[in-house]
Ligand binder design. Sequence first.
Ligand SMILES: [Mg+2]
Length: 166
Amino acid sequence: MIKAVVFDADKTLWDHHNISEFEEPLKIVDANTLEDSKGRALHLFPEVRETLRELKNRGYILGLATWNYEEKAIKVLSALDLMQYFHVIVAKPFPYKFLMLSYIMIEIRNRMNVRIKPDEILFLDDRRGHFGNIWLYLGNVKCLEMWKDVTRYVEIFDIIKGVDSE
Ligand SMILES: [Mg+2]
């Protein structure tokens, strides 16, 4: 039974590959578009906001695991008004998603008093390369490659249904 859904950020939630490059001030162009002071742009992918909202409404614990400076990630998420959807945000200046997922599990236990097992986590990332270490060190997390295993955000609901009925 999936209880938590964890997202990568760059190239998963939005189209920019590295928001740690963004320089302030950040400017909101429209609800799903942001620009930095040098004209770098970020667009939220379609259905992201609606999917996060619906997952949260359905009672899933939502996490973010991103290889970015925390300060930058928080600024971008705040500017896009996305902070409200995530229970736990882990942003680190290193690429080890298996560590970030374990931090998220610990945070969920400490803050929400909920014990999540690896096979109760759905993890979405555009880089399949992270999955090997997650399976090796954490166990049977359900990992999906964004834009390959999932091509639209709304598919996440059917995928969860499929995993839960396995
Ligand atoms: Mg990414």
